[in-house]
Design a protein around this ligand. Sequence first.
Ligand SMILES: Cc1ncc(COP(=O)(O)O)c(C=O)c1O
Ligand SMILES: N[C@@H](CCCC[NH3+])C(=O)O
Length: 432
Amino acid sequence: MNHFEPIDGILHAEEVSLIDLAETVGTPVYVYSTATLERHYRVLAEAVAANGKALGDVLIAFAVKANSNVSVLATLARLGCGADTVSEGEIRRALKAGIPASRIVFSGVGKTDGELAYALDVGVRQINVESPSELDRLIVVAERSAACPDIAIRVNPKVGAGGHAKITTGGEGDKFGIPVDEALALYARAASSHHVRPVGLACHIGSQITDLAPLEAAFVLLRQMTMTLREQGLEVSRLDLGGGLGVPYQGGAMTAAPADYVAMAARVLDGLDVDAVFEPGRLLAANAGILLSRVIQITERAADADGSGRRFLVLDAAMNDLIRPAMYDAFHEVVPVTPRSGEAVSYDIVGPVCETGDTFARDRTMPPVQPGDLVAFTGAGAYGAVMSSEYNTRPLVPEVLVRNADWAVVRPRPSYEDILDREATAGWLVKA
Ligand SMILES: Cc1ncc(COP(=O)(O)O)c(C=O)c1O
Ligand SMILES: N[C@@H](CCCC[NH3+])C(=O)O
């Protein structure tokens, strides 16, 4: 069930009219649905439960990078969801949202000594080590902290996948993970240290993966590596399978179903006696959020000798609010909140930022709109607000969480005073 549906001709988030919301909070604004977040988590948790013991004692750790709003995290935390984090800041957010440290995984290619020390101090469940030099640093930090953290070695399985080259993480030339032979050797080396306890292997091969084949190839490799390590007498009790499962951004687009994904993982790991970790980000959050924006104007450019004319739909949202189209040519549906009758029109949908790249879509055919109308970008709940900035000194886009007929501003829009007060004028530039 979609929780962003029209009621009496007006698009709603659950029971909240987006017209009312825009009037109160202003635009642009991200709007999240509690019911969708909960449903997405439950679909995955039920798929896990349906596979019995094949995946062991499973942890679903939401990839905080996809949507780090503390209220979003707290919504998932209440259902028992853990967190996959990539920085001290994300660990702090997860803890603030009520996710216990015992359900927090710390990943990332470049964790600083300070971040490692913080993770040990709060006692995260496991640290995914991504390079030999990180292991060396972690051993020193752990010795200093008198801690002995559980670690997983992140493998680069040479299986890259994903919706765009910029979001592939498991391929040969990618910066993520450790090549298989090196990872096996590093595991044995870690096992000989008194300051870390290797408990498993991890992989994450990319994002917006719509086909299970590359994921299966990576999981099969983890299984083979587990057996190799066990033959050497080493303990392997956890496999972190990463995230990466894609979502439909466009009506009718095909992606693998979460239930098939979990069943595939269960098939591959069956009989191995390990506890699996899943790190879904986009899967839980993308279709739980929209970006609501207002049409500023429509600029018609007549055809000249060099080219065809254009019709620019200029919105008050821009690439600084939602960067996915500019960065990955990502597709987001743009739907009018109150559709007008009339023939579909082709627009170049753009924002007000001074970059040609501030283009959400070229030649997008959609129902006609007029200045002042509201439109919603769908599928914007993951890698939306988290990647926003104040480029062009546009106030950071606010976020609203809806629950039934209730809603709350869970990140307010800063005022211009807030923005300017964050900066200091160098003393020598201030008039005496
Ligand atoms: C280590 C790790 N886990 C999980 C994720 C979540 O990925 P996705 O949002 O595609 O599920 C990412 C991001 O790609 C990641 O880097
Ligand atoms: N930010 C990317 C996904 C990156 C995943 C992080 N490893 C996107 O919007 O699709």
